[in-house]
Each structure stands twice: as C-alpha cells, then as structure tokens.
Design a protein around this ligand. Sequence first.
Ligand SMILES: C[S@@+](CC[C@H](N)C(=O)[O-])C[C@H]1O[C@@H](n2cnc3c(N)ncnc32)[C@H](O)[C@@H]1O
Length: 245
Amino acid sequence: MARARATALDLPFALEAEPGGLTLRLDEDGWALFDPAPGAPGAVRADLLGGGMAERLRQGGRGEARLASALGLKRHPASRVLDATAGLGRESAIAAALGCGVIACERSPIVGTLLADAFARAAHEPGLAEVIARIDLRIADARDVLRSLDDASRPDAILVDPMFPERTKAARAKKEMQLLQRLLGPDDPADTVELIELALATARRRVILKRPVHAPHVPGVRAPDLEVPGRAARYDVYLIAPPRL
Ligand SMILES: C[S@@+](CC[C@H](N)C(=O)[O-])C[C@H]1O[C@@H](n2cnc3c(N)ncnc32)[C@H](O)[C@@H]1O
C-alpha cells in the first residue's frame, strides 16, 4: 500500500525513514507525516477520534456552537457545505456531525492522504459511519471544484480557512500546523483572494472565513457582515444577498 501511494504521489519509497526531510509513514495506526531528524517533534496524523473528538462527532457536534452559528444552521439546518480548505479535516467532520452534507476539498495530495485515512478510520468507529458518509472528499483545488459546480449543486455555505502568512506565529504552539506550514508554506495571498471571491460568487447563503482572532480583515475583500469570535480564531461571515426578482 505504501509503495503504491509513493508511486501515485511521485515520492521515493523506503522501508526505513532517512533523515533529511518530511516523510509520510504508513504504520498500524494509518498514515502519518513526520520529520525523521533526531529530536524533531512527533508524527502528525489527521486524527478525528482523539481528545474527545469522536464523542463530540457522535453527539452531533456537541460543543461546536460557534461553527454551527457561523454556518447559520439554526435557520437552515442540514445545509450543504463546501469546505474549501479541508486540511486535517476537523471542520469538515464537525459540519457533517452537525448534520450538513459536506464537500471537503484539499489540494495537497500529501495532506489528502492523511485526510482520506482519517475519514476511513473514523468511518469504522461505532456511531460515526453515518457522519463520515455525509462527507465527499475531493483531492483538488477548491477553485476548480467551485468552477465545476452546476447551479443545482451550489453549496449553501462555503468555509475558507487558508494558511495565512500571519498564521505562522499563532500556529507555532501546534505541532500539526507547524508541520503543515513546513510542508505547504503559506498560501499565496492572491490565490486566497481569488478563492474567497469565487466562494462569494458561488455560495447560496454565506461564506465563512476563518481568521486568527486578532488578524485584520483580508485586504482586497469586503468587510464581513458578522463575526463569530473565539479564543484563538474567529469566523468572519459574509452573507449572500438573495437575487432580486
Ligand atoms: C489551515 S489548513 C485548514 C485546516 C482545517 N480547517 C482543519 O480543520 O484542519 C489549510 C489547508 O487548505 C489547503 N488549501 C489551501 N488552498 C486551497 C485550495 N485553493 N483548494 C484546496 N485546498 C486548499 C492547504 O493545502 C491546507 O491543507
């Protein structure tokens, strides 16, 4: 399996990791990304089960009121959501647990490997198969996915959580974000603005942009209509006006 994945990702394959760069490893717990250098922090997985997450997902996204509120689920439960920047899958999984159908887009095939593995493992957990079945994972650039949608499949809400350059500092404490940052680097601000504009042109009801809590609004994008603050991050919500008849 690991050899086939290495071929698919066009990466060298080895039975033993060698120091010198980030490495994807397949072990009995699934896929992990790590740095084999001595003293480097431990491996990162897309883990949707540890730290009480499995229980929260099983209980319909209990304790995730901020995302529910940013998605506007009180008025529109079971919305169709497109997570344009799925990353390690937390927000996609929570949105699915809250009852939404989710298209999860991740453009990095390496992060996509971790993510597909996390969804597959979660689907085998008691009580989670139904939640995971609501997620449609696309290893693709969300801009291409958004452009390919016909009018009937436009999502109600689009979630955008890019790797902003200013995130580097805030993410220092979190080893998974540190490794992702090393793997991917910050997103190009012009790409991010294009993604947000495309999301604003495609969503039926709202676009939700996740920002570090004290970060300014994104330059080049209009000010949000609502903000849902949190401890480390906030959701900036852009409402889409219904078309005039
Ligand atoms: C900050 S992380 C997202 C974290 C995620 N919200 C979570 O809960 O784990 C950003 C991710 O979005 C991906 N990404 C950035 N721009 C993208 C795009 N245009 N299409 C698809 N994925 C994108 C990056 O590869 C990265 O994995």
